[in-house]
Design a binder for this molecule. Sequence first.
Ligand code: NDP
Length: 483
Amino acid sequence: MTLQPTASHFIDGQYVEDTAGDPIDVIYPATGEVIARVHAATPAIIDRALEAATRAQAEWAALSGTERGRVLRRAADIIRARNHDLSVLETHDTGKPYQETIAVDATSGADALEYFGGMAATLTGQHIPLGEDWAYTVREPLGVCVGIGAWNYPTQIICWKTAPALACGNAMVFKPSETTPLCALKVAEILMEAGAPAGLCNVIQGRGEVGAALVTDDRVAKVSLTGSVPTGRKVYAAAAQSIKNVTMELGGKSPLIIFDDADIEDAVGGAILGNFYSSGQVCSNGTRVFVHTDIKDAFLTRLSARLSDVVMGDPLDEATNFGPMVSEAQRDIVERYIAKGQAEGARLICGGDRPEKPGFWINPTVFADVTDGMTIATDEIFGPVMCVLDFIDEADVIARANATEFGLSAGVFTRDISRAHRAIAQLQAGTCFINSYNDAPVEMPFGGSKLSGVGRENASAAIEHYSQLKSVYVRMGRVDAPY
Ligand code: NDP
């Protein structure tokens, strides 16, 4: 199997190669096979991408919002028409089963392009009457934006950043994770095909140092990172040197609270979606599952039964519903956490080991009797490991749920509507769920509080992070100066 992209980078409307950059092998996580090779961007490639973006941005910003929106909506249509091929590519890049990628990845990217494409023509300023005088505001683009992606949703991440950026009249230079470099190239190519000017959306490959070079470049006005908290700290600090705008979508260790009146089947379903979808490699996952002691046994029994329906086959087979870890390194990290959970006394309910197959697989793993101080209850694992913690009292569980430095997501399952809203009001998290988990429609803002990030993606909230207001005071009468 070989999925060699036309070239490593997409710059100024075309594929560009520069083999002087370090080679980066692309490995299919389901088998461990090398399926492609790209090269990290050299300083010359970085410069070319930023020059192209700077030029294209001026041309793009001069178009009307309607014209810009039309390009984005056309790109959404092309993505939908090619959903199958893009989903196969996403499966190769990440290892996620086709059953997931055909439903979520390219389609959610298309949703973002469609949504922000529709919004582009509405991005106007305000008229502010001030008696005889008046003021108005103009919503202006920021300029060249840099997007840096994690490896779990390579198509979605570039679309979530590029769609609002372009709608506002900015240009984009995107660096995918070195682990999943392929999908973003296709999005840049499709935007070009949809009518974007050459240079408007550029994709360049590389490891952290390429990201760091982009973040510190004076031509860049804004940086949006999806990644871990340690990387977020570095990128935020680097961006601060030149007071760049930032959006940080970082990690989490989110609580999912299942009260004793919850519908057990739905709660188990929510916990499965919030822990095992994409083999647990989802930042917003509800990995601390607090279950009321009265229903704990029933919950664990149904959870174990439903996990026996996991199908870990060929990810391209539509019957497969659970894929491998994205890389050997990530599998090793997750296995170390599993060992730590056992060493610290958590009770292994299922999984904890690997299936006998090539590639980077781990069986879905559930620990019960987890206590707040255990490493598996405090650290983001980013793999298929669910921690079940006991609770009795509502106020106590909310305090425990909040006792984390992260604040990305939180969820509750209960049939008591007052309790649901009371609990959510107290939970310190940017994205919350009641009787559901991990829904991320483009119409709803997504992002974190505390160490989980700053800014919001999706919805009209994203516009605030990709544009700036110019205020203009207009005096209608004479100027009355004191001297
Ligand atoms: P990393 O933080 O390791 O990397 C994120 C991106 O930043 C990668 O493209 C990486 O490049 C790049 N990078 C690394 N160092 C620097 C630097 N100094 N300057 C600029 N860029 C740099 O995250 P992972 O890829 O391992 O992704 C997993 C993490 O992402 C998890 O913690 C998860 O919680 C978080 N995440 C958050 C989401 C959210 O929306 N809140 C969504 C998905 C994931 P390279 O990998 O090529 O070295």
